[in-house]
Design a protein around this ligand. Structure first.
Ligand code: G3I
Length: 316
């Protein structure tokens, strides 16, 4: 019975979940998690739909919910190459015009929620799989300094906020992981305000290996960064587009994997723990079936919000 037990009380670190505004009323969010991340509502296309117009309504709802219910809000994401408003993609101007536009975007948002949003994904997915910088609008128009500038602008807007770099596949792309860690370490040495790294962790029951996952966690903390397991979901079906029968064995393997990750995260030194965020509440709302066009059940609760073995394994 999930009403009696609480996932976040079971662990010594923040246990978070990605939500959309209607889910703020979902009792599972209320009872099981003490950190929330907006899956979409802080992204540029939603929060900054026109050059001179910000749309605050949904972001405000999430911030108000977090404050009223003593949840931490880890906001996602200020600078990315996806979910951009059309005006931003088509913005015309010199390098300094682009810097001013990026600064205005970041400062306006971060200032509004100063003291209310505790942490930000400042930069999302700046690297390609081969470890080179992704040729997004920011790189093309500002150059590679857009990364450090974004962190500086966010820091100036709220000096207390924790600032993160967030990316995917870090545990099984060694070249990409090294490129991310080298750049972030270098920026940090030069005094750029970057506090942590998010390992998105869209993984499966079989991939990557436990060893690769754990060693990536270690590399990040050993480099002196807070570690956020920022978008955890564990696919039971990483290949097939065909319909299949969900077996107890699949659910048990998934449960073991969730437990393995939580148990290992628990062992990290406190100063490096930022928490684990699960990318959605129930299987019915996971991004995976839509995005990959395949059947899947990657989260802790089924589509009817019943706890799965994965949840039961984490709470015991
Ligand atoms: O807002 C529109 C709505 O007006 C329209 O009716 C509806 C019809 O499909 O689409 C809505 O937009 C959707 C949006 O989520 C908000 O719900 C988009 O189609 C859909 O593509 C979008 O998906 C999001 C995806 O990022 C976009 O790439 C997922 O919800 C979100 O979970 C996912 O999250 C990303 C992280 O930000 C970064 N890491 C990878 C992760 C998974 O892709």
């Amino acid at each position: 019975n999930t009403d009696q037990q609480s996932l976040y009380q079971r662990y010594d670190f923040p246990v978070g979940v990605a939500i959309e505004p209607p889910h703020t009323t979902e009792p599972i969010v209320q009872t099981q998690f003490n950190s929330i991340t907006p899956s979409n509502r802080f992204k540029p296309e939603f929060i900054h739909p026109q050059e001179k117009t910000f749309y605050w309504h949904h972001a405000d709802l999430l911030v108000d919910y977090a404050l009223a219910n003593e949840k931490r809000l880890h906001a996602h994401t200020l600078i990315w190459h996806e979910q951009l408003p059309i005006w931003m993609e088509n913005f015309q101007g010199s390098k300094s015009d682009w810097e001013a536009m990026m600064k205005h975007h970041i400062s306006t948002i971060v200032k509004r929620y100063k003291g209310k949003v505790q942490a930000w994904d400042v930069i999302n997915e700046a690297f390609l799989e081969d470890g080179t910088l992704r040729p997004n609008i920011w790189l093309k128009n500002i150059g590679s300094s857009y990364i450090e500038k974004a962190f500086q602008y966010a820091h100036e807007a709220d000096p207390e906020a924790l600032l993160f770099y967030n990316d995917f596949n870090l545990s099984f792309r060694p070249t990409k992981r090294k490129a991310v860690l080298d750049l972030m370490t270098n920026l940090k040495l030069r005094g750029v305000p970057i506090h942590g790294i998010g390992m998105q962790s869209h993984i499966s029951t079989i991939f990557p290996s436990d060893q690769d996952f754990i060693s990536t966690m270690e590399k990040i903390t050993q480099a002196g960064f807070k570690l956020h397991i920022s978008e955890l979901d564990i696919s039971v079906n990483s290949i097939s587009k065909e319909k299949f029968e969900l077996t107890d064995e699949m659910l048990q393997r998934q449960a073991q994997r969730y437990r393995f990750i939580f148990n290992n995260y628990q062992r990290i030194e406190k100063q490096y723990q930022h928490g684990i965020t699960i990318w959605g509440v129930s299987d019915g709302e996971s991004w995976i079936p839509n995005y990959f066009g395949r059947e899947d059940y990657p989260l802790l609760f089924d589509e009817f919000f019943n706890p799965k073995p994965a949840y039961c394994g984490l709470i015991k």
